[in-house]
Design a protein around this ligand. Structure first.
Ligand code: ADP
Ligand code: MG
Length: 259
């Protein structure tokens, strides 16, 4: 059965979607069967892989609101072993539509339970809020991966995120763990980035991944090529960083890649 990892941070632009797409793709290249779940109405995870939903095609919205099985909405991507449950802008309305639903926090968990056996890891790309959709992702997940940008105010909001994780753990999902913090968009030329790295490593009690994702132009270009960076420019620093991160993740999970 797959491990479900929600990628969450209520701040926008910290690298959640980039992490979901690229760690997902690198795990897939390492022969793990991966499902990406785009749980953000913006749908950047879907569009970044060229998987936009056009009208008439099912998306995560239909699974949540119209009880369509995930298997009908999931699609393979151009990267082997990498599939996606795509999003649609309609998802904006889902939080409101869910409010009156019984067990409204468990909807995503129920949807994913039916496809869990087909994947090694399911990565959920959360939206930048701590609303009901993100709570659904945290309730469905085994662990939370938190990207933090190597910028000033990096740690602002982390406590609030951790409070939400604690609430979910106490009331909805007692087995929820913090997978770790991933430092993103690191610029070695900036003294500030190094100071922030230092600050995070000394002040945070949660596990911090050794691998740091550098700021790299190939990473920011790849969504417009509709591909993960590893498929777009395999030799780039960005590709190396995400491959390293995927290997560190597998090692942490006692799941080293097949020889
Ligand atoms: N390591 C990186 N190097 C360069 N650009 C990055 C990197 N990580 C993210 N970006 C860019 O920063 C922007 C925000 O990243 P994104 O993953 O969409 O954040 P979030 O999903 O948290 O809102 C995007 O334009 C993305 O391409
Ligand atoms: Mg995003």
């Amino acid at each position: 059965m797959s491990k479900i990892v929600a990628i969450a941070n209520q701040k926008g632009g910290v690298g959640k979607t980039t992490l979901a797409i690229n760690m997902g793709a690198c795990l897939a290249i390492l022969e793990k069967r991966i499902l990406l779940v785009d749980a953000d109405p913006q749908g950047n995870c879907s569009s970044g892989l060229g998987m936009e939903v056009v009208s008439g095609q099912p998306s995560i919205y239909d699974c949540i609101i119209n009880n369509i099985p995930a298997s009908e909405a999931i699609r393979p991507t151009a990267t082997p072993n990498l599939s996606i449950l795509p999003s649609h802008i309609d998802l904006v309305g889902a939080e409101l539509e869910l409010v009156s639903r019984l067990r409204r926090e468990y909807v995503l968990q129920t949807i994913l339970a039916k496809v869990r056996d087909e994947y090694d890891y399911i990565l959920i790309d959360c939206m930048p809020s701590l609303g009901l959709l993100t709570v659904n992702a945290m309730t469905a997940a085994d662990s939370i991966l938190i990207p933090i940008q190597c910028e000033i105010y990096a740690l602002e909001g982390l406590q609030k995120l951790k409070n939400t994780i604690s609430l979910v753990k106490d009331h909805l999902n007692p087995n929820l763990r913090i997978e770790g913090i991933v430092m993103t968009m690191y610029d070695s030329r900036l003294r500030l980035a190094n100071m922030i790295l230092e600050e995070v490593r000394t002040n945070i009690t949660d596990p911090v991944f050794q691998t740091i994702i550098h700021r790299n132009s190939k990473i920011s270009e790849s969504p417009s090529m509709k591909a993960p960076v590893i498929m777009y420019d395999a030799a780039s620093t960005g590709s190396m960083n995400f491959l390293q991160l995927a290997m560190e993740f597998l090692k942490k999970n006692n799941d080293e890649q097949k020889k």
